[in-house]
Design a protein around this ligand. Structure first.
Ligand SMILES: [Zn+2]
Length: 97
């Protein structure tokens, strides 16, 4: 895999994480759900790395199953994503120094 390909994959993962973030506050959006589902199928290691794969599956199932995810669950997932993204951003900044 070339450096370019790796860069592209990472950009895709960041976009998906942003979608997850937006999805937390929106009702089930068919389009968003498809993007997230597809990414889970094609790129589960990335979400596993973020530690949110299971959370995301539950969120997708609840939101799109007519059941509402609890505020507590959403807060926990939001905090989890934030933490992971910050971790990654900091790790990346350190690498660049
Ligand atoms: Zn990914």
């Amino acid at each position: 895999m070339s450096a370019d390909e790796i860069g592209e994959a990472k950009a895709g993962c960041r976009e998906v994480l942003a979608e997850v973030w937006a999805f937390l506050d929106n009702e089930c959006d068919q389009n968003q759900r498809d993007i997230l589902r597809q990414h889970l199928d094609e790129c589960s290691p990335c979400l596993e790395q973020y530690g949110i794969e299971e959370h995301l599956k539950i969120l997708l199932a609840r939101k799109c199953g007519g059941d509402h995810a609890s505020a507590e669950f959403k807060d926990r997932l939001r905090a989890c994503i934030k933490e992971k993204v910050l971790e990654r951003t900091q790790a990346k900044a350190e690498q660049q120094q």
